[in-house]
Design a protein around this ligand. Structure first.
Ligand SMILES: [Zn+2]
Length: 325
């Protein structure tokens, strides 16, 4: 009898399927990535199966997997296993994920979560949220996602849609958001909104401003790291764009702290690599909005696990769903 001593954690996004193989303590033994086929879960699973077989010394290594966790972009119904709305994975929508996963990984129990909840769970078990029972995560990417853990359990909501922190409305007269609304957190703190504000500022400013030169030089390739570099070199306009995003993030977090009183708030995602440019104004904003004296200085910290967070979290979820092993 093969010892079931490993867990496979998978994080599926629109371009890549990242995976980790962990031991029973959740430590990552190996990791990798294969390209996603957004039109076909079957093709994507075959690619994943081949890559995992390579790392385990062939398919004969699969029986060592005690469980598989998958974090997936979109609305994940962890009760039925069905993937709901998922704009980046059009061919996966409506599919029963455990069934499709099972065609490659036979008879291995499957745990599911959406991608932000996967990342939050990874931070909860192995990263910035260790030793906490109540956590909130805000993921600042192209858009802004979020997740909530209360009493050590992920909160998914009545329709598996909980945690949409990015569309918390902060100002009905604010900038337009990708959702069609106005003044959502995402419109300030997601990279799409941040870069749009940078381009607007470049147009409003003088043509020889540093920001205008950066926007002209980088064109469509402009990203938040370019902007963070300019801010770090002392550019006041770029610094203010991050500061405004940070204050708006602080406003959203202040509201969340009043509602949930978490032990800690974790800020992750690509935009969060701007670090203190966003976190400092955010931390300065939170206390003024929080009612309970004990909660005013809730730690707002950077995520620790980086791009593998959701895959690690998925592996931990698989480990904890009561799989014999
Ligand atoms: Zn919105």
């Amino acid at each position: 009898m093969v010892k079931k001593d490993l867990f496979l954690g998978v994080d599926t996004g629109g371009t890549g399927v990242k995976y980790v193989v962990t031991d029973q303590d959740g430590s990552v033994m190996t990791s990798g990535e294969v390209p996603t086929d957004p039109a076909s879960i079957a093709v994507s699973m075959q690619r994943l199966g081949a890559a995992v077989a390579d790392t385990l010394g062939g398919k004969s290594g699969f029986p060592r997997l005690a469980g598989l966790g998958m974090a997936c972009a979109g609305i994940v119904n962890s009760a039925t296993g069905q993937l709901g709305r998922s704009p980046n994975l059009p061919g996966w929508q409506g599919r029963n994920l455990p069934r499709d996963i099972g065609t490659v990984f036979h008879k291995i129990p499957v745990a599911l979560a959406n991608d932000v909840n996967g990342a939050l769970y990874g931070e909860f078990r192995q990263g910035a949220g260790r030793n906490c029972r109540n956590l909130v995560m805000v993921a600042l990417g192209t858009g802004v996602g979020g997740g909530v853990i209360i009493d050590s359990k992920l909160v998914v909501g009545a329709h598996f849609g909980a945690g949409e922190i990015g569309h918390m409305n902060l100002d009905p007269a604010g900038p337009s958001c990708t959702c069609g609304g106005r003044g959502c957190l995402e419109a300030w703190a997601g990279s799409t909104g941040l870069l749009r504000r940078a381009r607007e500022a470049a147009v409003e400013g003088k043509a020889d401003d540093e920001l205008a030169r950066l926007v002209a030089r980088r064109g469509e390739l402009l990203n938040t790291l370019d902007l963070a570099e300019l801010a770090s070199s002392g550019d006041a306009v770029a610094t203010e764009i991050f500061a405004e995003a940070g204050r708006r993030l602080g406003q959203a977090i202040g509201n969340i702290v009043n509602l949930l009183d978490p032990d800690r708030v974790i800020v992750g995602g690509g935009v969060a690599q701007a670090g203190e440019l966003i976190l400092k104004p955010c931390r300065e904003t939170v206390p003024g909005l929080v009612l309970a004296k004990e909660s005013k200085n809730v730690p707002v910290v950077s995520a620790e696990l980086g791009p593998l967070a959701a895959a690690v979290g998925a592996a931990c979820l698989a480990r904890e769903m009561g799989i014999p092993g």
